[in-house]
Design a protein around this ligand. Sequence first.
Ligand SMILES: [Zn+2]
Length: 289
Amino acid sequence: MTDRHLGSDQGGGSRTCPVCQGADLFDLSVRRTPPLLRCRSCRLIFRRDPVHAVVDERMNRERLGRLGEARHPIYTSTLEKLGVHRRLGTLLDIGCGNGYFARLAHQSGWRVAAFDSSEYLCRQARGFGTGMVVRAYAQSVPFSERQFDVVTLWDVIDHLEHPIPALTEALRVLRPGGLLYLRVRNGPIHVGLRRLLLVPKAASVMHTQMFSGSSLATALNVAGFTEIRTDVSSLTTGNPYASPAQQGAGTLKAFKNLWSAGAKLTSRLTHRHLLLAPSIQALARRPLE
Ligand SMILES: [Zn+2]
C-alpha cells in the first residue's frame, strides 16, 4: 500500500476533494483496486478516474425488475419511516432507474415526480407505470424551489464526479423542514473487501465516490442540510444482479441476513459510529427558516 501525498507540487495538479475541496490528498491504491485517493480532511475515498458508465443501461427490463424486487423490502420499510416523519405529500425520486421505488411511493399515497439521466431508464420507468418521469440530471433539477416534502436519492450520488451540486439541488427543491433520504455504497467496506485475496472481486463495488458514514455526513453538511443521521442500510436479498439460475441455494441469502443483523446490532451498540454494512443511508432535513 502506498500513502503518497498528491499535492500540486507532486503531480496531483489542481485536484481537490469533491466533498470538502481539501487539497491534501493521498494515494490509497493497492493491488486489486483501481487508483484511489483519500482526502485527509474529510476522509472521503474516491476514484482518481471517475466512472461514467451507468451499469443499469446494460440491463434489460427483466434484470431491472429483479433489482427492484431485491430492494423491495428496503423500499417499503423506508416509505414507512418517511411516512412517520412527514404527512404524505410530494416526493421527488432523483435517479429513479426503472421507477420501481417511485411506483411504490405513488401506491403508498405520495404525489411522485421522478427523473433519471438515462433516456433508456426513463422509458422503462414510464412503461412501468411510474407517474411523472422526465429526463434530467441531478446537478440541474428541473423543478422550482421548495416544491417537495421529500427527496430520495437511491444509489446515485456515489456515481457522480461532483456530488455536492446534486445535494445542493436536492436542498433547493425541498420545502424548509423537508426530508432527504439517500443510500450509497459503504466505501470503506468495499475497499476492504477488494483487498481480501480470498474474496472474489465482484463482491466489492468501486463507484466514483466511496463514502463512509462520516464523509457522507460531511457532504450533507457542506450542502446545507441539518439533522443529519447516517446509519447502515439493510442488505438486499440474494444476488440482485444474478439470474434465478445463478442464485444457488439459500447460502447467500442466509449469509446476507446474518451480515445485515450483525451490522444493525453493531451500529446500535456504537451509536451509529461503526457502520459495517455494504450500503449506508442518511436522513437529513432542509433547515427551517
Ligand atoms: Zn475532503
